[in-house]
Design a protein around this ligand. Structure first.
Ligand SMILES: Cc1ncc(COP(=O)(O)O)c(C=O)c1O
Length: 452
């Protein structure tokens, strides 16, 4: 629906349910009404509401995303419900964000309780939840110092600045070059698109930031050849997520650690996607037994509430002295309380070890699926619950994604050719089986569409 500015806005009440003025925490935490058993005529009015919402979204959202024609209203565990009441298995989970699934009672209760207590005070002061979260992250990861922000890009931006400022403070301002890798993804700010190893993300935004060199992922010889006294830091994802769900080859992270040490450079692990249990360990780099100097986190840390973090070794704590970096919202009490609850629930429910087991199950299911469709798929790969089905060259991943969505399965595309699975860590084995069954159906339909 396109509307001229003179036309009245549609009655808001037709789109936005009224909010009750003073819902208690218990009311907020109560399960929402069922989507089943709608009154007669409800389905057509829901379809109309959905059409209106899609039209309004198309008219007023910026248009920088390629959004699927579906509008979500609520979620529960691994399931999302759209505005027509249709249920989907959500194996996108907000792109590896909703670690506890949707509406986890503990997270819902924490956010409601904390919102009623204290949301935000700024970083001119300490807040209790933030101090406790910093201490808990330090204890769990062994990295003793934390800077908080609101997203993965901000965490990486902080790391970029910390590394450069570290050498500047040591009187070595000429040491500012970063090495990062082809097909990496580090965010959408100017520094992080420059680090990102895909030129399309930084095209058209004017002169690029100087001092970033991209190398083939996994190629230690290339890294060795690029090292020198000008290299300040190496940025790497333990598993390249957006680039196509590519785990670092065995020995690669250890090799980077050795080269960084040999040349006096710093090693940064971007664990925005791999962190917080996604791969079956708290940090993805734990699989390799390698420690970085700086680790960045976001996505799963807040379970859907925005928060990012940069963890550093003690020696780097003084690299960003007061006044050199900051964030108004970073580390606010509400986000910190949410993250503390995510960490607690992951531990109490044993979800990180379970992610390794469920990941093995998913790997087996996807391997069988790929073998059943050898004309469409070349295999599966990943670590823990960050996995992908690799489509053969020329197979339209976007079409496959849409066919899966029609069958009630939400996935994302990584690296152009990979159907990526990042289900909530609370996903059940039965849900994994059902999701793979739906993808199987979608691939059969794809074969028909492509007339193969
Ligand atoms: C490895 C990695 N780093 C950074 C980012 C950017 O995070 P955000 O979108 O929260 O800024 C992402 C997002 O996909 C990511 O996967």
């Amino acid at each position: 629906m396109s509307r001229t500015p003179e036309q009245p806005l549609p009655a808001r009440s037709s789109l936005v349910p009224p909010t009750r003025p003073s819902a208690s925490a218990a009311e907020l935490a109560a399960p929402p009404e069922s989507d089943a058993g709608q009154a007669p005529g409800a389905a057509s009015s829901e379809a109309e509401t959905t059409r209106e919402l899609l039209a309004e979204g198309g008219a007023h959202l910026l248009g920088n995303y390629r959004q699927a024609p579906v509008v979500f209203r609520r979620g529960e565990g691994s399931t999302l419900f759209d505005t027509t009441g249709k249920a989907y298995l959500d194996f996108a989970a907000g792109v590896a964000v909703n670690a506890l699934g949707h509406a986890h009672p503990a997270l819902v209760a924490t956010i409601a309780r904390q919102a009623a207590k204290l949301m935000h005070v700024s970083n001119y002061f300490y807040n209790e939840e933030n101090v406790l979260l910093a201490a808990e992250l330090a204890a769990k990861t062994g990295y003793p110092r934390v800077f908080f922000c609101n997203s993965g890009a901000e965490a990486n931006e902080a790391a970029f600045k910390l590394v450069r400022r570290h050498y500047y403070a040591k009187g070595d301002a000429q040491r500012y070059t970063f090495l990062s890798f082809d097909h990496s993804f580090h965010g959408r700010t100017l520094a992080t698109v420059t680090l990102t190893g895909n030129a399309s993300y930084s095209e058209g935004f004017g002169p690029k930031l100087e001092g970033v060199v991209h190398l083939p992922f996994g190629d230690l010889d290339a890294v060795r050849a690029a090292m020198g006294p000008h290299v300040a830091g190496i940025f790497v994802e333990p598993v390249q997520g957006e680039g196509g769900v590519l785990p670092a080859p065995e020995g690669f992270l250890a090799g980077l650690r050795a080269l960084a040490d040999e040349h006096g450079a710093l090693l940064v692990f971007d664990e925005v996607q791999t962190g917080i249990g996604r791969t079956g360990k708290l940090l993805g780099s734990e699989h390799d037994g390698v420690r970085a100097d700086v680790v960045t986190l976001a996505k799963g840390l807040g379970g859907g509430f925005p928060i990012g973090a940069m963890l550093v070794r003690e020696e780097l704590a003084s690299s960003l002295p007061p006044g050199t970096h900051g964030s108004t919202f970073g580390g606010n009490a509400l986000a910190s309380a949410a993250a503390r609850t995510v960490l607690r629930v992951l531990e109490e429910e044993g979800l990180i070890a379970a992610a390794a087991e469920k990941g093995a199950k998913l790997s087996a299911l996807l391997g069988e699926l790929a073998a059943r469709h050898p004309d469409l798929c070349s295999g599966e790969r990943g670590r823990g619950l960050l996995r992908g089905v690799v489509l053969k060259p020329g197979i339209d991943a976007r079409l496959a994604l849409g066919l899966a969505r029609e069958r009630g399965l939400l996935l994302t595309i990584a690296g152009g050719t990979v159907l990526r699975f990042t289900p909530p860590l609370v996903v059940t084995e039965a849900e994994l089986e059902e999701g793979v069954r739906r993808l199987d159906e979608a691939l059969r339909a794809l074969r028909v569409e492509l007339a193969l």
